[in-house]
Design a protein around this ligand. Structure first.
Ligand code: ARG
Length: 588
């Protein structure tokens, strides 16, 4: 379906031409003076230059040319040359009826679908998830859904951090605790046990212990580095352990992500890219892109217009070890080979921006990606506590994701039980659903690149720009519809045909924006645009609800029309929160 602004613009184009002016000046936007008009066209100002005429004269002529329009109810030229517009209620209703009849609510699928890979989540195996990973998961999941909904082929990849020193640390600590395990016997040639020699709880405790020890004890650290090296160079027992670590950790991660309503198409990791490194590096050398510098192998990627120093991209350290950068480059090689993406989007902490500038430039320079393949960095800001500093636990440690979520759920539960009586069981279920909306909306409603303050009190409030407020609105609609059905009402097949008062019209206009908001959110990979939209829509709905009689309306036609508006509002809100990655309960 065409966007409502396109339709009004087309009407204006006819008028501009009829009045003797170029149609290119006819563009219509939403009004930035909602007190005066609903839409506006500022083209007369620009046209004035070309036609050497006062803008107000042009505006007047165009206004005259709009005589008899079926689309607009009011057209007004105002000084110095704006054209203020109000849409006709009947036209708006027709538009919404068409939208209602469409499964996709008037948002067309893209005509040229691309393959888009989204690299998000990025948890590190065997290390606990912390709040930094939360943002990547929440934003990445939403971006994935938005792009997929637009009709693209989307592949979400968790890109596990499974190739670092943490593996060596775990191996060494395990060796100290259970030296008798067969994995440490170098002469052993048989099969290794199917079952892991540790549980997830042990694993979660082993890593921090080992990590702390390695900071105090150089010999311990050396041993961990040695174990990492041997693991990476194929020591059988260690590779068998790595499999166990991965399996136990990934099982737990999947559970964690499922609680967040986040899921991945691919569970690949840094280790999967390693086999691609030797050939990639060799080619970079052969083709003259990589050269030695202070014993390390690097690729120069400086560009003339750089305002900031961009250091060379390091591929191999002097001891021959590869780096985070090397792994990311090899991952690009792997992805191009296996999935041929037209676009790869990285949803990562913006403090890693320079790393990605290096990786992207190096990948382009060395021809790892095709010309048409876009590499995009979607960097997000830091989540801070109420003191404006990075989030910490009460004890001052890195905040674990689990604790943060349970804090939110507890507060949500308290609020729900306070507001009305219900069984403990139901209250808990609802608190979980609403709590997730609080966390996700609190995050997504900010532009991703900005830092924001995680404020449990504010995020869980059912008033203001919050997830729970949006859910309350949906639940309110559901309960009116339920009551209506209980009273024997059925608006099946009815059309939206009433647009009586201001608040009703405002709601209808908000609904009509849907396809344009979706398209824009996808183009800009910007979930916050959807949040801003549903906040406006929810406000418009609530105002309408308070000012308008719905179930009390005597005339059946009017009531049916309003019931349809309710159903459409619910569909739009539900479609939007699904793209944000949360859902609404039946009641709350
Ligand atoms: N594991 C990394 C971290 O915890 C994030 C990975 C981001 N993705 C990537 N392709 N480098 O910081």
């Amino acid at each position: 379906m065409k966007k409502i602004l396109e339709l009004i613009t087309e009407e204006m184009e006819k008028a501009f031409e009829k009045a003797g002016y170029d149609r290119k000046y006819a563009r219509v936007t939403l009004s930035n003076r909602p007190d005066l008009c609903e839409y506006q066209c500022n083209g007369a100002m620009a046209a004035a230059k070309e036609y050497h005429k006062a803008p107000i004269m042009i505006a007047n002529e165009v206004t005259e040319a709009l005589e008899g329009t079926k689309l607009l109810q009011e057209v007004q030229a105002v000084n110095p040359g704006f054209i203020n517009l109000k849409i006709r209620g009947g036209f708006l209703c027709d538009y919404l009826n068409e939208m209602m009849a469409d499964e996709r609510l008037g948002y067309e699928e893209t005509r040229n679908p691309k393959t888009v890979m989204i690299d998000y989540g990025g948890p590190n195996v065997a290390k606990p998830l912390h709040v930094g990973h939360l943002r990547s998961a929440i934003i990445g999941e939403s971006v994935k859904r938005i792009v997929r909904y637009a009709g693209h082929r989307v592949i979400g990849d968790v890109h596990l951090g499974d190739w670092g020193l943490q593996m060596g640390l775990i191996i060494v600590e395990l060796r100290e605790r259970k030296p008798e395990l067969v994995y440490f016997d170098e002469t052993y040639a048989g099969n290794y046990p199917e079952e892991a020699p540790f549980t997830i709880a042990e694993l979660e405790e082993i890593y921090p212990t080992a990590s702390a020890k390695s900071k105090e004890d150089m010999i311990y650290k050396e041993a961990a580095m040695q174990a990492t090296f041997e693991l990476q160079h194929g020591r059988r027992g260690y590779q068998a352990l790595l499999k166990h670590i991965l399996h136990v950790s990934v099982t737990d991660l999947k559970q964690n992500y499922a609680n967040l309503n986040v899921d991945f198409d691919l569970w690949k990791g840094e280790s999967d890219a390693q086999p691609y490194i030797p050939q990639m590096v060799q080619e970079m050398k052969d083709r003259g892109y990589a050269h030695m510098s202070d014993g390390a192998l690097v690729v120069d990627i400086k560009e003339e217009n750089d305002t900031k120093e961009v250091p060379p991209c390091m591929l191999l350290k002097s001891d021959g070890a590869s780096l985070y950068t090397t792994t990311d480059l090899a991952t690009i090689v792997e992805r191009m080979k296996l999935y041929h993406p037209d676009e790869i989007v990285y949803v990562v902490d913006k403090r890693q921006e320079m790393h990605f500038v290096q990786v992207f430039r190096c990948a382009r320079k060395c021809g790892l990606v095709e010309e048409g393949t876009a590499l995009k960095f979607l960097g997000f800001g830091t989540m801070n506590g109420r003191d404006g500093k990075p989030f910490k636990t009460r004890e001052g440690g890195v905040m674990r994701l689990q604790y943060l979520l349970s804090d939110i759920n507890e507060e949500m539960l308290r609020k729900i039980q306070e507001s009305r009586p219900m069984s403990e069981d139901e209250a808990q279920k609802i608190a979980k659903i609403v709590g997730l909306s609080a966390v996700k909306y609190g995050d997504l409603s900010n532009q991703a690149s900005k830092d924001y303050i995680f404020d449990v009190e504010r995020f869980t409030s059912s008033e203001g720009n919050t997830g729970p407020y949006i859910l309350y609105t949906i639940v309110r609609i559901k309960s009116i519809l339920k009551k209506y059905a209980e009273q024997g009402g059925s608006a099946r097949g009815a059309r939206i045909m009433v647009c009586e008062n201001e608040s009703e019209k405002t709601l209808l206009r908000e609904l009509a924006r849907y396809n344009s908001v979706m398209e824009n959110a996808c183009e800009e990979l910007a979930p916050h645009k959807i949040c801003a939209y549903i906040y406006d829509l929810a406000n418009a709905f609530n105002k309408f609800y308070h000012e308008t009689s719905i179930l009390g309306t005597e005339e059946k036609e009017k009531q049916d029309s309003r019931i349809q508006v309710l159903m459409l509002t619910r569909r739009v809100l539900e479609a939007c929160i699904d793209l944000l990655g949360f859902e609404a309960p039946e009641r709350m």
